[in-house]
Structures are given as structure tokens and as C-alpha cells.
Write a protein that binds this ligand. Sequence first.
Ligand SMILES: *Cc1c(COP(=O)(O)O)cnc(C)c1O
Length: 431
Amino acid sequence: MALTTSNVDTLVLHGGPFRADPATGATVVPIYQSTSFDLQTTERADRLVNFEEIGFVYTRIGNPTQDVLEHRLAAIEGGAAALALASGQAATALAVLTLVQAGDNIVTGTDLYGGSWNFFANRLKQFGVEARFVDPVDPDAFARATDARTRLYFGETLPNPKLNVFPIAEVARIGRDRGVPLIIDNTTAPLLAKPIAHGAAIVVHSATKYIGGHGTTIGGAIIDSGRFPWEEFADRHPLLTGPDPSYNGRRWVDIARPFGPLAYIFAVRAGLLRDFGPAIAPQSAFQLIQGLETLPLRIRRHSENAARVAEFLASHPKVQHVIFPGLQTGEARRRADTYLNGGHGGLVGFELTGGAEAGRRFIDALRLLFHVANIGDAHSLAIHPASTTHAQLSAEEQLAAGVTPGYVRLSVGIENPEDIIADIAQALDQA
Ligand SMILES: *Cc1c(COP(=O)(O)O)cnc(C)c1O
């Protein structure tokens, strides 16, 4: 029996149809470590291949453990359906590639995760697709960059390192008028931001971060709002509204219709995932289900701790400035208050007065915080991008990416905040 609540702290534990394992009664979601599933009769096999019935066939395309994770992620984002994938990077790649072909373009905000930036700026060219980068400070820039071959807009809710919240509703509205769906990467603000409620058509996540929450598992997801009117803009979306030669010329909008407004997520799963293959392992899906159960508790604590750390840093003499949504002013603050509810997330950036050398000394002096490239772990993490993740870039490119020499990024964990601040304080003494 499906649950009727819209409370996310219940949905992360009970969302979707899974109640207990039908075979054994196990209440914890089992790890269905099976590549294949009994097709039973040839007649049923026919129905499955022809999408007359939905069922499990082969784990590259779907698996019962993965299915529970998908229902819960769709529930917390307010989407119609979701697809779990091997990584956040796979989620972004498939989310985009489902809608584009050679000659098309996408318009994306400039404030992006490095992997997304590289995929858009460099890899998409290999497919004959152009990425147009615009500053999301001005939502109308999306309209100006749009032409007849624009297939989607892309942005991140709370992008590193600027932490300027994306104008979700403004850009979604511009796209909705033109038939261009907005894809939002909500990795850094799960539960805090509800991109679909503000008009985003599609949400992607790196579940590796806050959803898993314990630094154990790589995974990602695409959530389809089920609200984008593809057929109203059929010329712009031939890959969903026109014949697909890999399915005997059938159209995704027709294939999905009996099951709901699911053309897009059907095309990602049965088209792109089938052909590229970045399936999530059942074991990984299980770990992410476990992580998701405590996400509401953790994200609140991450946000509270980050606010305390930001406040401490703001009054420290060795800190030039602090980057945290709760300390922003003006339009940036208005967007943070509009799109983030119940906290500002766990990421804090700051600039050391001593520049690059101080950044290195700070990192090397840390005892509690881990020095890793990850974010969203229950443990507190720190990195000095100029000497690590962005070290290969020229000084100019670093600056364009918002990475200054003395910039340090913290992913504030859920430890006692006094211990986190004490470690930062002693490391600052040595920086
Ligand atoms: C980490 C990250 C990704 C990529 O996710 P992986 O799980 O590492 O592949 C995408 N977007 C954002 C914002 C991220 O932080």
C-alpha cells in the first residue's frame, strides 16, 4: 500500500511500495544480488520486451534493490519516477545525452562541478553538441543564448565554490515558455531545496555525497518530474516525440503513456542506460538506501554545524572572507532564502590572508578534518583546491572557476561543532 504522507522524514524510511520482502518478510530491503530475473512464460517475456508490462529482466536495466532507492528518491524530490545510476557523473551524462544529438546545443550556468564542466565543455563536442555557458546571476542570459536547437538548460542548486544559489524558478519559467526543460543538479542541497516544486523538469544527484552520507559508496540518480510537456514542444524534442529506430520506430511518449508521464525517464533507462551501461550495483543501491534513511537528521546537523563554523571563521584575523549562503547579502541572499529551507547546507569556503602557502599549511595542520576531494560525508572534510583539484589549471582558469590561491573548502560534518571549530582554530594558528 502506497504511503500518502508528504513528510520527507517519513518518506526516506517508507517511500514507495516496498513494505517487506514478499518472499521472506524481511523488513530491511534485501540486496537482490542477481543479474537476471525469471521471465516465466514466453508470453510474459513478449509483454516485457514490448513494454506492455513492467518487470525485472536484467540488472543493467533494473533491479529490485535499485527500485526501492528510486521510489524513495522520487518521493523526496516530488518527482514521478527516478533512475539510480552508477555515479553522479553517469546521472549528469545520461540526463543530458537523452535529449541531444549532433547539431544541438545546451545552455548551462557557469557555476558547475568540475566533472560537469569538463563533460559539457569538452566531451559533448565529441557528440557534435555545443555547450553555451552563461552567468546564472542574470537569468535572462539563458533566454538570450537559446535558439531552435537548444534542448535543455542546466544548473546547480548550490554550486561550489561560490555557493550562489541558482535562480531555479526564473530559469525554469524562461525554459517552460520556449519548451526547454531545466535540469538541476541538487547534490549539495538534498531536502533543503525542492527544484521540482520551483519548476525544474529534471533533477540529478550525486548520491555519493549527502544521500549516502558516509563516504562508502559511489552512486547517482535522475529524477523525472513527469511535468514537462514534451509533446507540446514536439519539434524541440524529436528524441522523445519522434520514432526511435532502436525500438522499431516507436515513440517514447507513446511507449510510456500507459504508465504515466514518464517518456523521459523511460528513454533514459531503456535507451541510454541500455546502450552505455552505467548500472548501479545492488550492493551500492542498498548502501544508499541506508544512507537516505538518516538524511533528514544529518542535513539539519550539517547545516547547523556549517553555520557555526562560518560564524567562527568570519571573525578570525587570518581569514579574509567567508563564503556561506547564510552570510550572503543582496540578491544572492534572497535566492538562498527562496530556494533553501531548513538550513544552508554543509559547505563553507574561506580565503586565507596568507594565500597559497597558508592554504597548504592549514591543510597539513588539520587533525580531525580529513584532507579529501569528497563532500557530504558525516565526517568533516577540507581541501585546498589550488594545490589539488584545480592544480592543473592556469592561474586565470583557477580564477574563472572561483578558486583563489588562499581558498579552502570545508565540508562540515556532524561531529560536535566545538571539536570541529577547535581543530580549525589550531590549524589556522599554524597557517
Ligand atoms: C560529486 C559531484 C558530482 C559527480 O558525482 P560522482 O558520484 O562523483 O560521479 C556531480 N555534481 C556535483 C555537484 C558533485 O558534487
